[in-house]
Design a protein around this ligand. Structure first.
Ligand SMILES: [Zn+2]
Length: 415
């Protein structure tokens, strides 16, 4: 048969996504499948079973990354790789991550049932802990695999209950013995929902991001002085929460101050002792800064840091700042981005060049292999929420683009 006429099975893709949505399903129609939780394990077990049904070679590495390899005609050539993540945010949606695992699975099922051979092997991957919401930071397992992060450092990360990453990996039975170490990859494709409003607003089906914004994470800890709220006069208080409040607004104003092309967010805060009649004496909050321009983000942080230190000094609340995580902006491989656009056109889908505001495992993969992503619209631009949604037609369209990108990369001879 002519491989150009191949199409994935949209109904089967939908069934796979619906099956996965049952693991950690929330009453609000989303999923809560935190990394290394029981729900994560259930979804992994299902995924592994599906890989085995396709006769793929399944390997699990020491970070819990799950790979399924489909042989090619020449298995000495580097494989083409595609994947994303099975874990979700707390009260997350049914498409973030999992679409990029079920999409390549559906593409491989299509090749399998049509007995299509490729020159190179094709592999599919589920990266552990993409979200970073239970164990910060995010994308740690692709980071270790790509050589950007230290394995032991990740193993020792703890969740809010003090549970260690490595212990939880062992507990759910997914600490494999294969080293988490990159092998040569011909091309890496990550299929994902856009998680923003642009494709829907423009009425476009396929997004081809030119790359991912840089991402800087900080943790700020403030100390105040606790006291009974009634008898303590307003003057002379050291209220850590008030100091934090001033700083949070500085974060919000930062992008405009820097002239745009940036977003900055405080998304998490802990206040202690969190009692209505005690002046707060300990606050922790997070800062997230993203831009296409790494230098601009660093200059913004310098300004913000100066402001926060001044606020802390004025309010008499000692401040401690941790620079938790930095990923530089990642421009994707231009040849692969063009391939995504060309396949969208050949399949009759509208398409758009854009950037990715969200971080993805593709950031780390981009450091070691030619990388591109395929985006489909998020209804209402909503993601990391239970109402996150994408039409089944768009899910199918993106998987068809992925299928043909995989086929073309997997048939490239050795340069
Ligand atoms: Zn994701």
């Amino acid at each position: 048969m002519d491989p150009n006429t191949l199409r994935i099975n949209g109904r089967r893709l939908r069934e796979s996504l619906e099956t996965m949505a049952r693991f950690g399903a929330t009453p609000g129609g989303g999923v809560q499948r935190l990394t290394l939780s029981d729900e994560d394990r259930q979804a992994r077990d299902q995924f592994v079973q599906w890989l085995k049904e396709l006769d793929l070679t399944v390997t699990i590495d020491e970070m819990g990354n799950i790979f399924g390899l489909r042989p090619g005609k020449d298995n000495s050539l580097p494989p083409v790789l595609s994947g994303s993540h099975i874990d979700s945010q707390p009260k997350g949606g049914r498409f973030d991550g999992i679409l990029g695992v079920m999409g390549p699975l559906e593409a491989l099922r299509t090749l399998h049932e049509n007995q299509v051979e490729t020159l190179r092997p094709i592999a599919i991957v589920d990266w552990t802990n993409e979200e970073g919401s239970r164990f910060a930071p995010a994308m740690v397992a692709s980071g270790v695999w790509a050589g950007a992060l230290d394995k032991q450092w990740v193993y020792d990360r703890t969740d809010i209950n003090g549970k260690r990453f490595e212990d939880e990996l062992v507990r759910i039975g997914y600490k494999g013995d294969i080293p988490a170490k990159a092998w040569p990859v011909q091309a890496y494709y990550e299929y994902h929902i856009e998680q923003g409003p642009i494709l829907e607003r423009e009425g476009i089906t396929i997004g081809a991001p030119k790359g991912i914004l840089c991402l800087h994470w900080y943790d700020i800890y403030l100390e105040g002085e606790a006291n009974q709220v009634g008898p303590t006069p307003m003057e002379g208080r050291h209220d850590a929460l008030c100091a934090a409040a001033e700083m949070i607004l500085k974060v919000n104003e930062l992008p405009e101050r820097m002239g745009g092309n940036m977003v900055a967010t405080v998304g998490e805060i802990q206040n202690y002792p969190n009692s209505r009649n005690i002046i707060p004496d300990k606050v922790h909050f997070t800062v997230d800064i993203r831009s296409w321009d790494d230098d601009l983000a660093l200059r913004a942080w310098d300004d913000l840091r100066t402001d926060c230190e001044a606020i802390a000094a004025r309010r008499g609340c000692p401040i401690r700042i941790e620079e938790t995580w930095r990923v530089e902006h990642s421009p994707f491989d231009e040849g692969l981005v063009k391939r995504v656009l060309a396949n969208a056109e050949a399949l009759g889908y509208s398409s758009l060049r854009m950037v990715s505001g969200a971080g993805h495992d593709a950031s780390y993969m981009n450091q070691i292999a030619p990388t591109a992503m395929i985006f489909v619209p998020s209804i209402g631009g909503r993601s990391h929420v239970e109402v996150e949604n994408t039409t089944w037609e768009d899910c199918e369209a993106g998987a068809n683009v992925l299928l043909h990108c995989l086929l073309q990369s997997a048939n490239e001879p050795q340069a």
